[in-house]
Design a binder for this molecule. Structure first.
Ligand SMILES: [Zn+2]
Ligand SMILES: [Zn+2]
Length: 337
C-alpha cells in the first residue's frame, strides 16, 4: 500500500509499505478520508512526542476491510470512523475516569501508524459506525469530539453569550455547538473576512475583526469565552471580556513553553474560571450522533481535497505559513467524497 511517512522532522515522503495485519481484537480499515490537523504538523516539525518514521493522521474514516478473530461488532464493508486515543483502561488515570491522561495511552497517527495511508489497523473498541455520513464528514468526527469535550468541560449556561476567538475549522465547530448547547448569542472574532462570513453562515450572530471588536469595548460581557487561536498574546487580551463568574476555555494549543500575564486579583474578585480541555474523553459517540443528526455542518469546513501524493508539498506549505481551513486526504482516490 501507499503511505505518507514522516521519516524524520521536515522530511515527508509517500512510499510503499506492507498492508498491516489486524491483531485479534483489531479491524483493518481501508482509509477513505483523513483530515490534516495541527498535531500532524507538530509531528512533521518534530515538536511532539512520538517516534520516527511515522505515518501521521488521526482524523479518519473508511470501510472495514478485515477483522481479527475476536472482533464481533463490525463486519467487512461497514462504514466506520475511530477514536484514535487507545486507553489502557487499567492504569490509575483510567481507573479514576481520567482516560485522556492514560499513563499507557497509544494514539493512532502519533504513537502508532495513522491514516495517511491506504490502510490502518485500530482496536475494535475504538471503532464507531458512521453509516449515513459521507466519508469526508466522518473524518471530522474526531475534531468534533474534542470540541464536544471542551464545551462539556467549560459548560455553556442556557441563554449565555459566547465569544469565540479564531474561526478555523475548530472555531467554526465551537460556533455551531455553542448554539446547540443553548447559547443565546455567539460572537466570533477572526482576522479574515472570508472566515467571518462562513461563521455567519454557520450560525454566528455577530462577527468582527479584532480591530472592530476592540472598539466595541465589550469587557465583562460574555459568560463563556473560547480561545481557538492558541496565540498567548491574543489570549492575554481575551480575559477582560469574560463576564464576572464566567469561564474562559483554553482550546487552541499554545507553544508548550509559552506564558501569559494574568492578574490573580481579577480572577479572585471576578470569580473567573480558567478551563482547559485536552483531546477528548468518551465523547466520540456523541460527536457521531451530532454529525448524523445533521445539526452540525462539517462539509463547509473543508477547503482542500487532496490525494496522498500531494502530502509532502502540503506539509511544507503549512510550515511556511499557509493555513486555510480543513485539508482532507483521500488515500484510495477522491471519487466525489
Ligand atoms: Zn486532530
Ligand atoms: Zn490507562
Amino acid at each position: 500500500m501507499k503511505a505518507f511517512f514522516i521519516e524524520k522532522p521536515r522530511e515527508g515522503i509517500v512510499r510503499d509499505t506492507e498492508i498491516p495485519v489486524p491483531a485479534e481484537d483489531e479491524i483493518l480499515l481501508e482509509v477513505k478520508a483523513a483530515g490534516v490537523c495541527g498535531t500532524d504538523v507538530h509531528i512533521y516539525k518534530g515538536e511532539y512526542f512520538g517516534s520516527y518514521p511515522r505515518i501521521p493522521g488521526h482524523e479518519f474514516s473508511g470501510v472495514v476491510a478485515g477483522i481479527g478473530e475476536k472482533v464481533t461488532k463490525f463486519k467487512v464493508g461497514q462504514q466506520v470512523a475511530a477514536d484514535p486515543n487507545i486507553f489502557c483502561e487499567a492504569c490509575d488515570s483510567c481507573k479514576e475516569n481520567r482516560q485522556n491522561f492514560c499513563l499507557d495511552m497509544d494514539v493512532v497517527g502519533v504513537k502508532r501508524h495513522g491514516a495517511f495511508a491506504q490502510y490502518l489497523t485500530v482496536p475494535e473498541r475504538c471503532v464507531f459506525d458512521v453509516s449515513g455520513l459521507t466519508f469526508t464528514e466522518a473524518s471530522m468526527v474526531e475534531p468534533l469530539s474534542c470540541v464536544v469535550y471542551g464545551q462539556e468541560k467549560a459548560g455553556i449556561p442556557l441563554g449565555a453569550s459566547v465569544l469565540i476567538f479564531g474561526a478555523g475549522p475548530i472555531g467554526l465547530m465551537h460556533v455551531q455547538l455553542a448554539g446547540i448547547n443553548g447559547a443565546a448569542s455567539v460572537t466570533v472574532v477572526d482576522l479574515f473576512e472570508d472566515k467571518l462570513a462562513l461563521a455567519k453562515k454557520l450560525g454566528a450572530d455577530h462577527t468582527y475583526t479584532p480591530a472592530e471588536f476592540e472598539k466595541l469595548g465589550l469587557v465583562n460581557s460574555f459568560e463563556v469565552v473560547i480561545d481557538c487561536t492558541g496565540v498567548p498574546r491574543v489570549i492575554e487580551g481575551e480575559i477582560k471580556y469574560v463576564k464576572d463568574s464566567g469561564t474562559i476555555l483554553f482550546f487552541g494549543v499554545c507553544p508548550d513553553n509559552s506564558s501569559i500575564t494574568i492578574n490573580p486579583y481579577e480572577v479572585f474578585k471576578r470569580e473567573l474560571k480558567l478551563c482547559g480541555s485536552f483531546a477528548l474523553k468518551k465523547t466520540f459517540g456523541k460527536a457521531v450522533a451530532l454529525a448524523k443528526s445533521g445539526k452540525i455542518n462539517l462539509i463547509d469546513l473543508v477547503d482542500k481535497k487532496l490525494l496522498l501524493e500531494e502530502a509532502p508539498e502540503l506539509f511544507e506549505d503549512i510550515v511556511s505559513g499557509n493555513s486555510g481551513l480543513k485539508t482532507v486526504f483521500y488515500p484510495n482516490g477522491i471519487e466525489g467524497y
